[in-house]
Design a protein. Sequence first.
Length: 49
Amino acid sequence: GCIILADNIARLGEEDGISAYFWGSNIRGVAYLGRVQAARDRVRRQLHS
């Protein structure tokens, strides 16, 4: 999974790469991307506190 995600991000950019990992080539919304970004932000806050 990580290799596919990394390849998607390298080819499509961060936002579209993350969305394509979840949706495939037919991206149908940004809710999943928002949840991933929120989780990443929570982890980063914990690392820096």
